[in-house]
Design a protein around this ligand. Sequence first.
Ligand code: NAP
Length: 483
Amino acid sequence: MVSRTIPVDSFDLVLFGATGDLAGRKILPSLYRRFLAGQMPEDARVIGAARSEMDDDGFRDVVRAAIEEFVAKPMQDAGTIDAFLQQCSYIPIDAKGEGGWKELKKSVRDDVVKAFYFSVAPSIFGPLAQQLRNHGIACENSRLVVEKPFGTDLETAKKLNADLAASFDETQIYRIDHFLGKETVQNLMAVRFANVLFEPLWNERYVDHVQITVAETMGVGGRGSYYDKSGAMRDMVQNHLMQLLCLTAMEPPNQFEPDRLRDEKLKVIRALDPVPLKHVVRGQYKEGEHPSYVEDAENPESLTESFIALKVGISNWRWKNTPFYLRTGKRMSRRLSEIVVQFKEAPHSIFEKDDGSTANSLTIRLQPDEGIDLSVTIKEPGPGGMRLVNVPLDMTFADALGSEGADIPDAYERLIMDVIRGNQTLFMRGDEVEAAWAWTDPIIAAWEEKGDRPLPYSQGSTGPEEAQMLMHKDGRRWQHLEG
Ligand code: NAP
């Protein structure tokens, strides 16, 4: 199956924070890959901006180095890289200073899509937005892309929203959650809303529970002191796991249209039950092959969690009695991000007891090997009686879609192109972010008030034993990370 690449309209993308880690690892390589794929027009331009003094050639060296380090070798074509670099330029600008804005105003064109990407600390989102407005650089048709973290609680998120709203309309703001750019996440919507098979079963009557896991093998390493102010709940659950929960639980929107979809996600967040502390397990990785969490965080007294598991209820007709179990952690046994929709057992078995059948489950895998598995029970081949066996119906995209399908674009590639196309579907709206914080804040406040230390867990494990117990108490078990 050949994937189609439709070139986007011409654009000027001003990348604030162009010398930073995220720009080098994700944004610039993604732009190059879209250029290579023929999606970025030949007169589109990437204008880097940061405080560091350098000229266009100096910036092109930065971009070249990023491509050489972060783009797969077979995609590194010398001629294509040179052509891409000719579309890159640089202007030194301090968000809080006066230099550089006149040059930027002269550089950006009014007759193409103008996008401003804030790959900088959130503390300078407000000043940058204001400068763009004051200097007449942004206009009604400009787009603004902002990175996470979008606030650290409801109050800070509201302040950020207000700062941006002072200069930009909500329809111009693109809050990135790169999980939403994953091919599988969009496929979850296709599977749910383009097939009649699943939707009739997608409710508390047939779904026993849902589990969402985002596990990483890495520790907090180099960004330990930053992470220590945040923790797994703020860093992962409030945004990424919340988005996965919303897409799994939401009602079908009547159209695949940005605000219709975001309205449905918002309804899910508003229907989330408060979570009592007995349904929360927090952990910190111990010393092992690598230093412990507290060493990484350079804070021996740290109470911040590097692991969290929660049991979450949704108070609406569809999900009233179906719990959603969420867990995420660092230094886990393996790198895995997935949603498992665990269906109930068949109400009555006509086969022998212990015949080998188990309930169906649908696994939506984000990484590694993006794809979807449906486990079904069939008869084990052979003449030995009616023995049943569970087999996966594997929809790994790389296999299902042939070699073209295997070349799944990075989430950032899709999301940046969606910004240029003016499609906000896969971006979080301001009220969604605020609602997510409104649910998260009391959970954090409750454990802070209690002052409990997170439970220690071994590196390379599945987290504290108590996380297993959270499921076992309900007669359920986590899948796939174990064993
Ligand atoms: P970083 O490596 O510290 O880079 C920050 C960038 O901002 C640099 O280019 C810096 O360049 C520029 N900058 C700092 N102060 C400035 C100012 N006053 N005016 C203009 N430019 C300024 O940070 P990062 O890791 O790339 O992260 C950028 C944003 O993305 C943050 O909000 C972060 O939370 C978010 N994010 C990062 C990752 C990641 O994997 N790195 C993942 C998700 C989200 P100069 O020093 O030259 O000015």
